[in-house]
Design a protein around this ligand. Sequence first.
Ligand code: PMP
Length: 427
Amino acid sequence: PYKGMLADEVLQKRKKFLGPSLFYYYQKPLNIVEGKMQYLYDEAGKRYLDAFAGIVTVSCGHCHPDVVNAVVEQTNLLQHTTTIYLHHAIVEFAEALASKMPGNLKVVYFVNSGTEANELAMLMARLYSGNLGMIALRNAYHGGSAGTIGLTALHTWKYPIPQGEINHVMNPDPYRGVFGSDAASYAREVQDHISYGSSGNVAGFIAETFQGVGGAVELAPGYLKLVYDIVRKAGGVCIADEVQSGFGRTGSHYWGFETQGVIPDIVTMAKGIGNGLPLGAVVTTPEIASVMSQKIQFNTFGGNPVCSAGGLAVLNVLDMEKRQSHCADVGSHLIGRLRTLQQKHDIIGDVRGRGLMLGVELVTDRKEKTPAKAETTVLFEKLKDLGVLVGKGGLHGNVFRIKPPMCFTKDDADFVVDALDYAISGL
Ligand code: PMP
């Protein structure tokens, strides 16, 4: 049994010693003290089924033994030197990661987070294109640093500082967007912005193919293909933010952008790449990477031996355990059951996503699509009491995000749906 600090004291110290901008889930926040694969345990030993994976970060499973072993072994041998010396772990990891990329995406930069990855991608786009203007989607989340905050397009995360040379085009959201699933109309708006709202040239375009923080929104089919063409004609590079959607989670493909049949010029990743280790990466073409050589580009912890050994273990585990096809299999079962549940409960306005990257949007009125904010909060607490942890997303906080560790089983999926059914029935 756990003998450490209890929730009340942790919370008290958090309030005293950590910044006031932190937020937590649940009226009485959980004190999670242990994790094993798809399960989390609180201080009292209560087990929770984790359907959110620490914001889509735990890919293989909490404390997956292969990843833990790789980290422990490397930690005992050598923790850190930086890239001023040679080390095999970073090149092995880079080679393995590059082998997962399509096209000529072969040059890897390692960083420590998704924010850092997107900062670097934006820098490259600007240097390579010689332009400044970036285009991002409304409802996007790309980071919280002074630069990436400009890319992020949810007002709740944007501090009022200069947001840089960044414009946000309409979100091709099939459920809430004014053009529904009509990708061509949304793409025309991008061209419209470039023609009328810019010099005619842009630095680049960035998008998550499956918006995470924005509430598991899958972009209208065909959108990226049309927009990549438009952006490239305007001199810009196309960046795919795979921080949440990569590594086979969407089931049908290894990378989210592949679901739209495109090859980006730069891909950014983090979260699932490390199964919990602070790790991020940018992968691009040799041609784009070459613009960085005009100065020194250095990152003290980027690609350190411990994270590289852990990251390589993650890639191997996902392959060996065939997690991509598993996500397809369990995901289609889960989405099928959620759609059936939608027929039973009017409050479920939309069920969307692919693989284990799903969203359930709750509304009080299906026609008006009025966000069921208060009801979502009640259900969220109830699910937790029933032992199920899901995520919350969307600007109105009315979307349940179901993005569990990729070892999640069909039984786990059934448990989530049954718990949701039970909770909604009791509203
Ligand atoms: N991009 C996406 C799509 C994300 O979801 C996040 C984090 N929620 C980030 C970038 C930023 O990653 P980090 O918090 O590791 O900086």
